[in-house]
Design a protein around this ligand. Structure first.
Ligand code: AMP
Length: 289
């Protein structure tokens, strides 16, 4: 498939999207930070389908922007992996029509920028506690991308489960009228959740990383066999990933939408983990069966 058109200037992008919307075109959006893998591409393929859903060709949009406001001061903003050329080829193969990739964060956040979106409750706990300001940065940039792109539907991965809940809440609370769709986690053959940050892992670390999804799978089996105690299930996961030489950032069993910790593990309870494998922070989650 052909390469999508690349637009660098957010104002030009907004004009393009507004014209399409005014002409009655259905618009689907996939925001990313680039360095694309099959997880991202699954969202883009679904965006193509949803854009075209009304029986005439819609507009499938992707954005590639490493958003500085969602990184903490000691995080990996400067070394976040980038490959715009490769990403454009992948977007084309996944049916994306237009890609916005601002070349300068200043084009997205001008000097006098001062408006922030804070989704108060769902942003608490889990990554919200460990990465102060992270979800404020995410919600703000996605609100801006929504305003620039005027989509009918936007697709996000369940890999970032808390982010998905934050963005759903934001779209509802701010009456954005955008359908926020969550898509299943795409995994490597051995079960590791695909992530741009997997590129940081050495071959030896990559081998050990499989312990994360295995531990989540084992927790699912224990729950299916009748274990209802979230503390016991979390302890099993913690022990398994620590045995593989990882440092646990959190292991929690939470309500799938409110993300408040649960006292009893039931079907649908979300099990969420964040670990450090060497210097690399990885996250994953599953629903209990
Ligand atoms: P990122 O580039 O990491 O900001 O991710 C962009 C979008 O892709 C987010 O909605 C992520 O949740 C989604 N995503 C990342 N990894 C995966 C995966 N393994 N499976 C499904 N979606 C993913």
């Amino acid at each position: 498939m052909s390469r999508p058109e690349l637009i660098r200037d957010p104002a030009a992008w907004q004009r393009r999207c507004t014209d399409a919307r005014d002409a009655g075109t259905r618009i689907a959006l996939v925001p990313t930070m680039g360095y694309l893998h099959d997880g991202h591409l699954s969202l883009m393929r679904e965006a193509r389908v949803r854009a075209d859903a009304r029986g005439r060709p819609g507009l499938s949009l992707a954005t590639i922007f490493v958003n500085p406001t969602q990184f903490g001061p000691t995080e990996d903003l400067a070394r976040y992996p980038r490959d715009l050329d490769g990403d454009l080829a992948k977007c084309g193969a996944a049916g994306v029509d237009l890609v916005l990739a601002p070349d300068d964060p200043g084009a997205v956040y001008p000097k006098d920028f001062q408006t922030w979106v804070d989704v108060a409750e769902v942003s608490k706990g889990l990554c919200g506690d460990r990465r102060p300001g992270h979800f404020r940065g995410v919600a703000t940039v996605v609100a801006k991308l929504f305003g620039l792109s005027r989509p009918h539907v936007a697709l996000f991965g369940e890999k970032d489960w808390q982010q998905l809940q934050v963005l759903r809440r934001m779209a509802i609370d701010l009456d954005m009228g955008i359908d926020v769709v969550g898509m299943p986690i795409v995994r490597e053959a051995d079960g590791l959740a695909m992530s741009s940050r997997n590129a940081y892992l050495s071959a030896e670390e990559r081998g050990r990383a499989v312990a994360i999804s295995r531990a989540l799978g084992e927790a699912g089996r224990r729950a299916a066999a009748g274990e209802r105690d979230p503390v016991a299930l979390a302890a099993g996961i913690r022990a398994a990933v620590e045995a593989a030489g990882m440092r646990v950032d959190y292991v929690e069993l939470a309500h799938p939408e409110t993300l408040r910790p649960v006292e009893r593990a039931v079907p649908g309870t979300r099990v969420l983990v964040a670990v450090f494998l060497g210097k690399t922070r990885l996250i994953d989650n599953v629903a209990l069966p």
